[in-house]
Design a protein around this ligand. Structure first.
Ligand code: FAD
Length: 517
């Protein structure tokens, strides 16, 4: 194995996240790159976008950005870099929509591939018995939704926000309130086309090159660049009954959530939120939920207390409304929420799925979208969620949170253990997402340093007391931490890396491996 891991000590690249491109040895590299014959083109200047992401904290400038117009542009570029061996220190990162948090789609002094250049390539929908859509990996999920809805179809599993690329979410998992039923997005893919770290173009699926298929799903971009994907579809509903109810008792809240995810016959979507010391409880920035009971809803104020909000949805078509109302009423009867806190809304399926975008537009208008986002996402085993809640919501974050906190359970049986994704071992585990925003120039509890320190306290607590917890969208900077994260999968990761990307060219921004020059 020729690849080396990122050293444990502070690496100068990562200690100071803003680094402009340097010139010197890269002159040779840029000369080499310019000899490539491409359908698209390389840009060597004005590459600021490729050095930014949603996290707004890391800015590592590439040497060049490739705007591919064909898969062979990607394979030729990677093959060229591969064939130079260790004579070149060039690395390559695919950049989807750049909605990473810590520079994962950046490549310092390397080549960033702008996967969105592929957008708009024809999507092919097969509406047969097992419907699917073939898409380019640079396509945004929102565009896939629009296109498939034209044929009354839609993907089954989503993320809360749809302005992300297929390649970007499949490299992680793609989780939302449908995951309890359908598994994450990586459980809903039939086939992929991948360019490996040697520049080979390989088709893969459960039956063909299955190891590569599993490697790239949840693979953090380490084993290949996904160029096309075949995504499974289902019949799309027209409408969604969207419901929120509140709890003050965490045990009742999680008991109801776990009860609801135990059956496919109940709701189509199950999520939840934690509200700490907040007003406007029912309307947070992440969604456009407008309850039919606005007056009653506006009365709720957590007033120093912690509240838990169960968010559920039932899909329906207009001619089924009476039946659905009765069904929802009977499903709600068995739940233990605070009786006066039932809020409902009816929206189109499209409006429901694209709900976070409405809030994005509002925040953009106020200049509050492109600010630092020190997010932390964790997967927590069911048996540890109560200890976690007691310490984190009751102590570390007792007084305030700096953005929505999402919490919901999923069933591990819907996740494929052969993929590269790491999850807790238990049958049911929770996603807990701290989606903090750091308002620029704020200090104190709104400031970036304070939020980062809080995140670290949460992580330290988990490392010491809750060893089964795993990071989702993981971020580490040392070999020891990555090894611990992957646990028993680490050997498989090493084998796959040496097979598919032996020079460690791909996705350097994840900081798992370092090209060994
Ligand atoms: P990028 O940030 O561009 O890339 C992410 C990583 O994948 C990088 O390492 C990159 O090199 C690699 N990569 C990108 N494209 C490819 C490719 N084609 N082949 C191989 N590797 C590739 N996630 C959830 O699961 N559920 C949610 O509900 C959710 N909500 C979100 C809401 C918001 C507002 C944001 C900003 C993020 C959210 N995420 C959620 C996280 C999101 O799924 C990941 O950050 C995802 O990677 C973003 O996709 P992207 O296209 O921006 O990827």
């Amino acid at each position: 194995l020729y690849i080396s891991c990122i050293p444990d000590s502070t690496n100068h690249l990562f200690a100071a996240p803003t680094i402009p491109p340097h010139f010197g040895s890269s002159d040779i590299s840029s000369y080499e790159l310019q000899t490539l014959e491409l359908d698209g083109y390389l840009s060597f200047d004005n590459n600021h976008k490729a050095a930014t992401d949603f996290g707004n904290r890391y800015n590592l400038y590439p040497l060049a950005v490739l705007h591919p117009k064909s898969v062979s542009d990607i394979s030729n570029t990677i093959n060229h870099i591969f064939s130079m061996g260790y004579a070149s220190d060039l690395t390559v990162a695919a950049r989807g929509h750049g909605h990473s948090i810590q520079g994962q789609a950046q490549a310092y002094n390397g080549v960033v591939i702008n996967m969105e250049s592929f957008q708009g390539l024809e999507m092919k929908i097969n509406a047969g018995e097992l419907p699917y859509v073939d898409v380019s990996a640079g396509e945004l999920w929102i565009n896939i939704l629009h296109e498939t809805l034209k044929q009354g179809l839609a993907p089954k599993s989503w993320t809360d926000y749809l302005h992300l690329t297929v390649g970007g979410t499949l490299s992680n998992a793609g989780i939302s309130g449908q995951a309890f039923r359908h598994g994450p997005q990586i459980s809903n893919v039939y086939q992929l086309e991948v360019v490996t770290g040697k520049g080979e173009v390989v088709a893969c699926s459960e039956n063909q090159n299955a190891d590569l298929f599993h490697a790239v799903l949840g693979g953090l971009g380490q084993f290949g660049i996904i160029t096309r994907a075949r995504i499974s579809l289902e019949k799309a509903p027209k409408m969604v009954k969207w419901i929120r109810v509140l709890y003050s008792d965490f045990s009742k809240f999680t008991r109801d959530q776990e009860h609801l995810i135990s059956s496919n016959d109940q709701f189509d979507y199950i999520e939840g939120f934690v509200f700490i010391n907040r007003t406007g409880l029912l309307n947070n920035w992440r969604s456009s939920f407008n309850p039919q009971e606005p007056l009653q809803a506006s009365k709720f104020n957590s007033d120093g207390k912690v509240f838990y909000c169960l968010e559920i949805a039932k899909y329906f078509n207009p001619d089924e409304l009476d039946f659905i109302n009765k069904k929802v009423e009977s499903l709600l009867t068995g739940l233990s929420y605070i009786p006066s806190t039932l809020f409902t809304s009816e929206v189109t399926y499209l409006a429901f799925l694209d709900r976070v975008h409405v809030s994005e537009n509002k925040l953009r208008a106020k200049g509050l979208w492109e600010i630092p986002h020190p997010w932390l996402n964790l997967l927590i085993p069911r048996t540890q969620i109560h200890d976690f809640a007691q310490e984190v919501f009751g102590n570390i974050l007792k007084d305030t949170s700096n953005g929505p906190i999402i919490i919901y359970p999923v069933n591990k049986s819907k996740w494929n253990n052969k993929t590269s994704l790491v999850t807790p071992e238990e049958e049911v585990f929770y996603l807990v997402a701290f989606l903090s925003s750091a308002v620029p120039s704020s200090i104190g509890t709104d400031g970036l340093e304070h939020i980062l320190a809080q995140n670290q306290r949460i992580l330290d607590y988990c490392i010491e007391y809750l060893p089964g917890v795993k990071q989702y969208l993981p971020h580490y900077s040392s070999q020891g931490e990555w090894r611990a994260h992957f646990g028993p999968k680490w050997q498989t990761v090493l084998q796959r890396k040496s097979k598919y990307d032996p020079l460690a060219i791909l996705a350097p921004g994840q900081r798992i491996f370092q090209k060994g020059i």
